[in-house]
Write a protein that binds this ligand. Structure first.
Ligand code: HEC
Length: 158
């Protein structure tokens, strides 16, 4: 088999995967999509909370906890969160409430950019934890928190 044939097959496979991911996302019930994204943010926040408290000196610094929590954050943050913001989920779905602002769908590129920035900052948080350099870890908590706030300010209702 030639290299170019392999590449074509790989490209076709990748395209097939992308298409089925989109199809799946569109077939999610709105209440499931909203529940998924709220859980995504919530789990990341639960793991981030102690790191913020450590950075501020409110609780003793633990490199171990920092490593564990930042690794969990990196794992969860890599989930396909943008697909949970599928069309038609800009309002409450029955009992499932959302604080997502309609601006998300009007300015999708900016929303997407901010999500990717957060994912990069979280990945960096997990990386810097491996160095054990507390100063760098604290600085990266600040950068990560900023990436959360930057999106909430523009795209999340109070
Ligand atoms: C690109 C935008 C964006 C980024 C980045 C972002 N969030 Fe959010 N977040 C939202 C939106 C929008 C909601 C509201 C979702 C809903 O109610 O449907 C939300 C909801 C939340 C909630 C409430 C979850 C619940 O129980 O309903 C928490 C907590 C939260 N985010 C924490 C964080 C933290 C911590 C970070 C950074 C590590 C972060 N978010 C990064 C947009 C973002």
């Amino acid at each position: 088999m030639t290299l170019s044939r392999n590449l074509k097959i790989a490209a076709a496979a990748a395209l097939g995967l992308a298409t089925s991911a989109v199809a799946y996302a569109q077939s999610m019930k709105p209440e499931d999509a909203i529940t998924a994204r709220r859980a995504y943010h919530r789990v990341i926040a639960l793991n981030f909370g102690p790191l913020g408290a450590m950075a501020k000196g409110d609780i003793p610094f633990s490199v171990e906890t920092f490593k564990t929590n930042s690794a969990r954050m990196a794992s969860v943050s890599s989930m396909p969160v943008l697909s949970y913001y599928q069309d038609g989920t800009d309002t409450d779905a029955g009992d499932v409430k959302t604080r997502a602002m309609p601006e998300i769908w009007l300015d999708w590129d900016s929303f997407k950019q901010k999500m990717e920035t957060m994912q990069q900052e979280v990945a960096k948080l997990a990386e810097v934890a491996q160095t054990g350099d507390q100063g760098a870890m604290k600085a990266q908590v600040g950068a990560t928190g900023k990436s959360c706030k930057s999106c909430h300010d523009d795209f999340r209702n109070k």
